[in-house]
Design a protein around this ligand. Structure first.
Ligand SMILES: Cc1ncc(COP(=O)(O)O)c(C=O)c1O
Ligand SMILES: [Zn+2]
Length: 417
């Protein structure tokens, strides 16, 4: 069943045919996918979704599956349908009585990027592209390399040269051509735009495939609503780099409401950034619409986009839904990673630390109602960014191998406790 009608400019509304294009020829606005809503209303039901695979592809009829595409030719490592878990101990620490975590650390390459990559590369194949590529702040690199390897596509991944070692190794392992660029993400992204305009066979997931790629993030919102028993949460707190994921969670809730899959109820969406790269949160807090690009300087490298493509749309969503934005310092990020791990057993990378630290800040400021159902999106795994815990996560005791030494070490701790 094909539900995709074409692409449409988000600014001037002009429509174009499906293809490897991402900006409007008339006004240079970003393009997005247009669906046949009547057809969707006929085929998308709770029952049909529930009968689908335990992955993001259970929502295939709400995604940019291109004409003629078959499930067999999907680029699919099993991304999505990650756990949504209650977080009572973290909630108690923050004064929130109905807190949940969307644990996207449990995707195939341990970040939410597997969702957008699976959707983008499935479209790329259909468009006849042979090389999977991206500009990455780290997680996207791993995901593109893995999905390309797992589907037999060629790949080439461009990263800023100063990326975390774990992310570099966890990308190189898949045998991709890995190009480290002496510059920041915004430099890498600009270079990728230039390469993409040279060669039609190259599918840059977040450049010329961006309209398809971005739609993959809707599945976080779909899953949250389905996993809450076909109900919308009252509040979602999401991390922002380009701002795309946050915008697409809102779009997911709107689509579920319009299709009658959930009751119409208000929701709020709040955005989280690191202070060292907070162009969107800064614009929000200053009450302006213009986003001033910044030069990133933060441990949260996965969120280090100084000139965010969807920043303006993220501001709009947060204003429209009555949410808020905040930013947090590098030490606050590390503390929040520890707090989350110690209260809920979930180990997040720096982006998750940003989300939890901002959640705490918003709760303390009364911007989250203690009783409202709140979901924090934990978007990447902690093993990716171990160095931020240097000196903060160490053995609590070091002893010689005797029973006496063991007992006295623990006894000393009890006296101090
Ligand atoms: C772990 C993680 N969380 C969140 C984000 C933010 O994504 P977006 O660019 O859609 O705002 C990224 C982006 O790279 C990421 O790697
Ligand atoms: Zn336009």
């Amino acid at each position: 069943m094909n539900v995709v009608q074409g692409l449409k400019c988000r600014e001037c509304g002009r429509e174009v045919a499906v293809g490897p294009v991402h900006v409007c020829e008339f006004c240079f606005g970003p393009l997005e996918v247009v669906y046949d809503h009547d057809r969707q209303r006929r085929v998308v039901t709770r029952e049909a979704i529930t009968a689908g695979p335990p992955s993001l592809w259970r929502y295939a009829d709400l995604l940019p599956v291109l004409p003629g595409a078959t499930p067999q030719e999907r680029v699919d490592l099993g991304a999505g349908f990650t756990p949504l878990v209650p977080a009572p101990r973290l909630g108690a620490a923050l004064g929130l009585r109905d807190l949940w975590l969307k644990n996207d650390t449990l995707n195939p390459t341990n970040s939410f990027k597997d969702r957008v990559v699976s959707v983008a590369l499935s479209a790329a194949r259909r468009l006849g592209m042979t090389t999977a590529a991206c500009a990455s702040t780290g997680n996207l690199a791993q995901s593109v390399a893995a999905h390309a390897a797992g589907s037999g596509m060629d790949s080439c991944v461009l990263i800023p040269a100063d990326l975390e070692e774990a992310k570099v190794m966890a990308t190189a392992v898949y045998g991709t051509r890995l190009v480290a660029v002496d510059g920041n993400y915004d430099d890498v992204n600009r270079l990728c735009g230039e390469i993409a305009s040279e060669d039609d066979d190259w599918g840059f997931v977040n450049v010329n495939l961006r309209p398809y790629y971005a739609e993959g993030s809707k599945t976080i919102g779909f899953e949250i609503a389905e996993q809450l028993g076909w109900r919308l949460p009252a509040h979602v707190v999401a991390p922002m780099a380009s701002g795309s994921m946050l915008v697409k969670i809102d779009k997911a809730f709107r689509e579920f409401t319009q299709l009658g899959l959930v009751d119409d109820a208000p929701w709020r969406i709040s955005g989280a950034q690191a202070t060292g790269c907070s162009p969107i949160a800064t614009a929000f807090k200053s009450g302006v619409d213009a986003i001033r690009p910044v030069r990133p300087d933060t441990v949260a490298k996965s969120l280090a986009i100084g000139d965010p493509a969807d920043g303006y749309y993220a501001l709009d969503v947060v204003h429209r839904t009555g949410g808020a934005m905040e930013d947090v310092s590098d030490p606050e990020i590390a503390e929040a990673i520890l707090l989350l791990a110690r209260t809920e057993g979930v180990f997040a990378e720096t982006a998750g630390g940003v989300t939890v630290a901002v959640l705490a800040k918003l709760a303390a400021a009364g911007k989250i109602d203690p009783d409202e159902r709140t979901v924090a999106v934990i978007s990447g795994h902690g093993l990716k960014t171990l160095p931020v815990l240097q000196g903060r996560a160490t053995p609590t005791h070091t002893i010689v191998p005797t029973l006496d030494a063991f007992h006295s070490a623990l006894a000393i701790q009890e006296v101090h406790a």
